[in-house]
Design a protein around this ligand. Structure first.
Ligand code: PMP
Length: 792
């Protein structure tokens, strides 16, 4: 079926030895220039005439009615719509990873801020004619959208009846294309580059097309941005060995030939027997193909089976071809990857045929062809953006660099340049005394962060930070005071806090080595993130949840990936699977009961999450700051062979918020690592004593929890009688949303009554919500009375 090329023993420059397809000569160039000139001169009228000539239809306007996009989305088959949505989602999420952080360079008092700015208007060309390509709509429009392009325009050739296929329009609707024009060929490129009365000019043009489209893009490059990649006829090189299934290799060679003439379909292998088997299989596949004639024509000119002596040599040949698609279908594709230097996209192993990438893997299928993969890349955000930067000198840094700039300007004989600096040097001398001192620059990601905000106001009723309404028992305070008199103040405390950890271990029925304590559970989490998060790693959170989880993760340099809770704020396991499957985060945060929604994650949910992360080496942290108020806990699931850590605190149940003491129960190997991260003697002696003593009052604490849970029931019932939405609580607080009044206004009105609750009204997904801590009966009555007065 394929042309045979035996390169065993052949030496010399492969690029000169290998056959290459003929590149079209000057004929089409002249025709394309004529078309472009016609559109520049004649605008819409020329477009109408050219569409009539090339597409056989007379369209009074090229603009497709915007209402047709939504209508097309409603009209297509459900399975097709779902497929477009899934592909769109993968493409969007992959391209989101291409977003660049702003760059910040500082050299003494000079700063340079660099960032990528999107172009304003992008033109997409989607071929029509032989086939319908909704996938190309997604593969071009999504990167443009993610790049931040404001207006996205799409040109597609109309069918002979003037219509545009509904699938193309539906894909445009899904991808958020702003304008669609039924115009194709070189005339579409000219219209987008120079503009007509109907089509405003664009800033960049992307997308594949036939030779006329490709040449037209080359002609208008410079007037508009055009990617350096040449997106021409399809190409594939398949590398196969004895382990490759001949039928799968054969169909993947045929796949690219299906697109039409002038493409390349190469198979490279180390064995004549493999070459024979795959060639025979290609013969069978082509015989059964609906587009047999096209495929045979393409294979006749561009189909080769190449035999070489080694897989490394096979990659040399592939590098010389620099194909659009390279499929490594041999036993160990990963071993070959480092040898690949030129290819548009590489597909590894039997489960990764190029067709997956063509439709839905995520990267764009607009790839460099015709050897342009030697210097250009897959379509990406970069094609829709340009780098910008801002330079700022302060006076001292200007003075430091000025003599060098003057010397260079003088050497080039550019007097005004030198003078621009000299004048300032003279002026600067007089004012130097007043120049401001240079401030050290903070980490740019920290500069962008917001701190933790929870106002500490002097009020009668403080129900905003989920503290206990009562101090610890008097007997505890007396014992603590007594113990403190015996402290050896001139000595450091026990670095390992063994007594405290031992007491906690006994309390929970685990080993001392499975307990770690720090200054509040927030610090426990920070130590966890320093040890298991950090640059290049990810932590997942499910919003809305405790804001400090993502804040702490970011402080430690960890990338935060966010999923969403379900509409009732319970964990949505499909969403959990999506986030974990997509990002494989090193750490997954759960919060049970969740702050601020008060929802509890039952053990089977925690188990499901553990089952998702365990296979790839992820870890689950369940924050149980309010665990004692909940009907279930994950503490009993902790074991040395389970990647689970449960954090708790003395701040809430134990009435010891002032002490700042928190801890975790987890595998001993986690605690071993945390012991390295914690600063020496991080737990002071008073804290260690207080925590150890507090555990002796377990019975009293449990009784207090029981009465707070009862009080919670009373408050919930009372709230349900008011015009508020109330969420069920497994914690010592309740989330509610006034239904008739604005949440922030209610918060302020409560403050006027000297009642302080937590204002969550501006938090994402918590529009208008407030959170109230369960206080004493009297405090809660004050709160209820005030709320009733405000709302009714
Ligand atoms: N986790 C959650 C869910 C919380 O709400 C809080 C306190 N607001 C903490 C951890 C931190 O508690 P601490 O540092 O006081 O132990």
């Amino acid at each position: 079926m394929l042309n045979r090329l035996d390169l065993r023993g052949v030496t010399g420059d492969l690029r000169r030895i290998l056959p290459r397809p003929e590149v079209d000569g000057d004929g089409p160039v002249a025709a394309v220039r004529e078309i472009i000139d016609a559109v520049r001169a004649g605008g819409d009228a020329a477009l109408r005439e050219l569409t009539q000539r090339f597409d056989g239809c007379d369209l009074p306007t090229a603009r497709v009615d915007p209402a047709a996009l939504a209508a097309a989305l409603g009209s297509i088959d459900d399975d097709l719509r779902n497929a477009l949505v899934v592909a769109h989602d993968n493409i969007r999420r992959y391209h989101e990873t291409q977003r660049d952080e702003p760059r910040h360079f500082r050299n003494n008092g000079m700063t340079i801020d660099g960032w990528m700015a999107p172009v304003e208007r992008a033109g997409l060309y989607v071929p029509g004619g032989r086939a319908i390509y909704p996938s190309t709509v997604l593969m071009t429009a999504v990167p443009a959208r993610v790049a931040g392009v404001r207006e996205i325009v799409l040109c597609v050739p109309p069918a002979a009846d003037g219509s545009v296929p509904p699938t193309t329009l539906a894909a445009a609707a899904i991808a958020g294309v702003d304008e669609v024009y039924a115009v194709g060929g070189a005339q579409a490129i000219a219209a987008m580059a120079y503009g007509t009365d109907t089509i405003a000019p664009v800033d960049v043009i992307v997308g594949p097309g036939n030779v006329y489209v490709a040449l037209a893009k080359r002609e208008v490059a410079g007037v508009v941005g055009v990617p350096s990649a040449f997106a021409g006829p399809s190409e594939v090189v398949v590398i196969a060995d004895e382990t490759t299934d001949p039928d799968l290799a054969a169909i993947d060679v045929v796949v690219q030939a299906e697109h039409g003439p002038h493409g390349l379909a190469w198979l490279i292998t180390t064995s004549v027997a493999v070459a024979d088997a795959i060639d025979a299989a290609i013969g069978r596949a082509v015989a059964a193909a609906p587009r047999r004639a096209d495929i045979e024509a393409t294979l006749r000119d561009g189909g080769y089976v190449v035999v070489v002596e080694s897989l490394a040599r096979a990659v040399d040949v592939a590098n010389a071809v620099a194909p659009e698609h390279l499929q490594l279908m041999c036993a160990d594709p990963v071993a070959l990857l480092p040898l690949v230097r030129h290819a548009g996209a590489i597909f590894c192993g039997p489960w990764s045929p190029a067709a997956m990438g063509d439709y839905a893997a995520g990267p764009s299928h607009v790839l460099p062809t015709n050897s342009t993969a030697r210097f250009s890349s897959v379509l990406s955000l970069r094609d829709f953006q340009k780098e910008m930067h801002a330079v700022t000198f302060d006076r001292p840094s200007f003075d430091a660099l000025a003599p060098h700039v003057i010397a260079l300007a003088d050497a080039e004989g550019l007097d005004a340049h030198a003078q621009s600096i000299r004048l300032r040097v003279a002026g600067a001398r007089d004012q130097r005394a007043t120049s401001a001192p240079v401030r050290p620059g903070v980490r740019p990601d920290i500069a962008l962060m917001e701190g933790y905000h929870s106002p500490q106001l002097a009020v009668d009723v403080r129900l905003n930070t989920n503290e206990s309404p009562e101090p610890p028992p008097a007997e505890f305070t007396a014992l603590l005071a007594d113990e403190i008199t015996r402290v050896e103040w001139h000595r450091y405390p026990d670095r390992a806090a063994r007594e405290l950890r031992g007491a906690l271990a006994k309390h929970y029925g685990v080993a001392t080595e499975q307990v770690f304590a720090a200054n509040g559970s927030n610090e426990v989490l920070l130590n966890m993130l320093l040890a298991y998060g950090g640059p290049g790693r990810r932590a997942a959170v499910f919003e809305p949840t405790y804001a400090l989880h993502s804040h702490i993760a970011r402080l430690a340099g960890t990338e935060v990936v966010e999923g969403e809770r379900g509409h009732d704020f319970a964990l949505d396991l499909d969403e959990v699977r999506r986030v974990i499957g997509t990002y494989r985060p090193e750490i997954v945060f759960l919060c049970s009961p969740n702050n601020p929604t008060a929802m509890v994650d039952p053990p089977e949910v925690v188990q499901t999450v553990l089952d998702l992360v365990a296979p790839y080496g992820g870890m689950v942290i369940v924050d149980e700051a309010y665990g004692q108020f909940a009907p279930s806990s994950a503490v009993s699931m902790v074991a040395d062979d389970v990647p689970l850590v449960v954090t708790r605190t003395f701040s809430k149940t134990w009435s010891m918020a002032a002490a700042r003491l928190g801890y975790l129960i987890g595998p001993s190997w986690v605690v071993d690592e945390l012991d390295k991260v914690a600063l020496p003697y991080h737990l002071d002696v008073v804290k260690q004593i207080a925590g150890t003593l507090a555990l002796r009052f377990d019975a009293q604490m449990q009784a207090r929890v029981a009465s707070l849970v009862e009080e919670r029931g009373r408050l919930e019932t009372a709230l349900r009688d008011l015009p508020v939405e109330v969420w069920p609580s497994g914690a010592n607080f309740i989330l509610f949303r006034p239904t008739a009044k604005d949440g922030a206004a209610v918060w302020n009105a409560l403050l006027d009554h000297s009642v302080l609750v937590r204002d969550c009204s501006s938090w994402p997904r918590l529009d208008g919500c407030l959170r109230v801590t369960i206080g004493s009966r009297q405090e809660d009555d004050r709160f209820l009375a005030a709320l009733k007065e405000i709302l009714t």
